[in-house]
Design a protein around this ligand. Structure first.
Ligand code: G3D
Ligand code: MG
Length: 236
């Protein structure tokens, strides 16, 4: 309730790493592109993402502004196996994406992505959001909202349908997840009464330095704080 809007020294908004997960082609890259550059029409030339990249975006939460560092990867297992530990390291939230016109992409969440989440992260510590993308293609729907809601109940997460094409619910989805992440961080902070989680990882725009500490909040260096992806920091 009385949580402060910012929790890093110097009043900078806290930065949280969140990751996109889901099959290739469901629209992960398009969702991130729509969020970070909302006026851009959907780019039909977006090629399958290779490896890992991330982008940062300032977002509003009921508790104030925070910065999301959004990691996006190829939905190909061949890459995922090698890169998943790096991908998940220090992540605070995950958006699980499927395509509402593709039942297989929904089944992959329980058959593949949830298992990988459990293998490579402490899944209970991650805030999770289920996103059914391509809601503009209602006529080709293969996954009902009831099915998606049942999945959410089973795994304990919230759910939104989005369209990266029209922009519908895209900002809301990212704000919803980052709001949950921020609430958790503030709660943890107030529980530890001003203890541990102030430890920023200075000057690192990817949380990939050798582990000394596992900060809840990762600080971007000043020069890297305004939005450009810096794939060089992914360590891959
Ligand atoms: P990925 O990053 O999950 O692999 P992409 O998926 O973002 O590369 O998107 C895969 C394809 O789906 C792209 O089409 C993209 O334009 C399309 N797409 C993404 N989101 C939506 C959406 O909300 N609605 C519709 N109708 N299409 C979407 P192409 O034709 O380039 O393969
Ligand atoms: Mg992609």
């Amino acid at each position: 309730m009385s949580g402060r809007a910012t929790s890093t020294p110097g009043g900078k908004p806290p930065l949280y790493k969140i990751v996109m997960l889901g099959d290739s082609g469901v629209g992960k890259t398009s969702l991130v592109a729509r969020l970070t550059n909302p006026d851009r029409p959907l780019n039909h030339d977006i090629s399958a993402t290779m490896g890992i990249e991330f982008d940062t975006q300032m977002l509003d939460t009921p508790q104030g502004k925070v910065k999301a560092q959004i990691w996006d990867t190829a939905g190909q297992e061949r890459f995922a196996r090698v890169l998943l530990p790096t991908y998940f390291r220090k992540a605070k939230g995950v958006i699980l994406v499927y395509d509402i016109t593709n039942a297989k992409s929904f089944e992959s969440l329980s058959e593949r992505w949830m298992a990988q989440l459990n293998d490579h992260s402490n899944a209970d510590d991650l805030a999770k959001l289920l996103v059914g993308n391509k809601s503009d293609l209602e006529g080709s729907r293969e996954v009902t909202q009831e099915k998606a809601s049942a999945f959410c109940q089973e795994y304990g997460m919230e759910f939104l349908e989005t369209s990266a094409k029209s922009g519908d619910n895209v900002l809301q989805a990212f704000e919803k997840l980052i709001g949950i992440v921020h609430d958790r961080a503030l709660n943890a902070q107030s529980k530890s009464k001003g203890g541990g989680s102030q430890t920023g990882l200075k000057g690192v725009a990817g949380a990939n330095k050798e582990d000394g500490a596992e900060p809840d909040i990762v600080k971007l260096e000043d020069g890297g704080a305004s939005g450009g992806a810096d794939a060089s920091a992914c360590g891959c």
